[in-house]
Each structure stands twice: as structure tokens, then as C-alpha cells.
Design a protein around this ligand. Sequence first.
Ligand SMILES: Cc1cc2nc3c(=O)[nH]c(=O)nc-3n(C[C@H](O)[C@H](O)[C@H](O)COP(=O)(O)O)c2cc1C
Length: 317
Amino acid sequence: MTKRKTTTPPEKQVSLAVELGPLKMKNPVCTASGTFGYGEEYSRYYDLSKLGAITVKGLSLKPLQGNPPPRICETPSGMLNAIGLQNVGVDEFIHKKLPFLHRYDIKVVANIFGNTIEEYEAVAARLDRAAGVHAIEVNISCPNVKKGGMAFGTDLDSTYDVLKAVRGATGLPVLAKLSPNVTDVVPFAVKAAEAGVDGLSLINTLLGMSINVKTRKPRIANITGGLSGPAIRPVAIRIVYQVHRAVGLPILGMGGIINSDDAIEFILAGATAVSVGTANFVNPTAASDIVDGIKKYMIENDIADIRQLVGKVDIPA
Ligand SMILES: Cc1cc2nc3c(=O)[nH]c(=O)nc-3n(C[C@H](O)[C@H](O)[C@H](O)COP(=O)(O)O)c2cc1C
């Protein structure tokens, strides 16, 4: 009797590669700043080369201690944080943290902030000269001390000025991380485009507050904090959708992504790539699982190239 050969069909080839302007990523999954440290802790859970990119904790010119505790609390479907941008400072990052990331086949996005335009410029210029930094993400949700402490990202002129200054300080791809704490993000996205950035990161946390009714005290020492996690996802999806339709820049979408369906939702709304944030605290392999899930979705739905899905939400006529 002749044995019948059983052959498994070859796995369908799908392309997950994307470009955020000049930043090329092998897949659209990145980690969100402040939720992945500088990558070291998570490297114990999986090979970081699995990801398209990692965005490191926000970097300032000098190291910062951050706010006093408690700095985080859990809220319905999310969390509030007021870490206060604690970080090792840009020089220590370059000399002590960045070499670790050289081991991985991964794009490194350095998130930066400052209290003055000159600080932003100085941090960007230092990173520009550092080997192994592939892009700069500019967090503009920070107080502008020269303008009475109002956040750069809630004033159109300050948004333009700070982004233009960073653009002038580096030849690296620049992503502007816009604040959702404004009535309409679209005019800010337009200003960012005018300043010459290569892409937009949407969204940062939403300003929130939580009170313990037993103690009658705020749950975090800073009183208010940034809300993140699935609770903010519909807001983030709405902003990505509105900005994608209005502005031609590629978008790195984030806000409450827990699984690959959430990531696809952002892509359909108009994001070219996505960042995974709060989910890393719940499931340390979340970002890696999302890469697998996106690939599975593409195979099951006959999508050869992930770029085909960008902005393809089906809006009834
Ligand atoms: C603990 C914590 C720290 C964060 N630190 C930063 C930061 O340093 N710079 C920044 O631009 N965004 C920071 N973010 C915002 C995230 O990068 C992200 O924009 C936001 O949390 C929404 O995504 P998520 O809901 O998936 O967490 C932080 C968020 C959290 C929860």
C-alpha cells in the first residue's frame, strides 16, 4: 500500500512593514513612552527584536526624581499616573541605557521633553549625535515656564515654536506627540505639520482625578494625573480618525491598546503604526502578542500588506 503524502499548505506571506515618514519599521508595533522603561526589564519576557520599535521613557536635559508617591492608582478600565517625568537624563541614557538596545534589531524612538524651548533643542541635539537612536518623539504636554506654566501642547503658537526648534536641532525623523487635552486636536496637528515634523503620535494621557471617599483625599499625591488604558481608547480612536482625515502625516496611534483587535481598530481609524502602553503593566508580553495577533488577522482576512488597512474604516455613505 502506498502511503498518501500529507502536505501542510505553506504559510501565507504577509508584509507587516510600515514607514512613519523616514522611520522604517519591520512591523507596526511599538511600546509607549513611560510604560517600557528603557527596555531592560521587559527583555526578560521576550526577544525585543520581535517589535517594530521601542519608545523609551521621556528624557530631559538633567535627571529628574519625579513626584512624591503615591504616583499611580487604578481607575475603571484604566489608571491615573503622575510620575512627574522621572528619568535618568539624556546623557546617562546615551551612555548607560542605549548600548543595551544595540543588541536588538529594533528601532529606538527617544521621547523628549523640557520646560523651555532651549531645553527641548539641547536634548534633541544630543540624541542627534547618538548612535542607535532612530527617531525623536516630542512630548509637548509639558509646562512652558516662560509662558506662565501653560502646557506647550495646549497653545497653538507654542506647539509650532517648540516643534520647529526640535526640527532644526536634528536630522532624525521627528514625531510630535500631541496633547488630547484641547477642544480640537486638528489645528494642533496642522501646526505640527507646518513646523516640519515627519509624523504624529496620538494620544498622550487625558487629564484626570480620583478621590478616596473614606479619606476624602486625592488618590495620587499630585492631585491630578494622566488617565490611560482602555478607558481612553474611544477618545484616542476618534482623534486618530479626525486627524488622519485632516492632515497628511503618518500617525503612531495609542491609547488603551490591549490586544491585536485594538491595534487593528487604530489602523482602520488612520494609524500607520501603534504603541502599546498601560497593557504592558497587565501583561508583560502584550506588545509581542499583538505582533502575532496582527499577523494572524492578516492571514485570516487575506490582507497581504498591513498598509492596505490604514484609514480603511468603512463609513456608511
Ligand atoms: C506610567 C506612565 C508613564 C508615562 N510617561 C510618559 C512619558 O514620559 N512621555 C510621554 O510622552 N508619555 C508618557 N506616558 C503616556 C503614554 O506613552 C501613552 O501616550 C498613554 O499612556 C496612552 O497609551 P496607553 O493607554 O496604551 O497607556 C506615560 C503613561 C503612563 C501610564
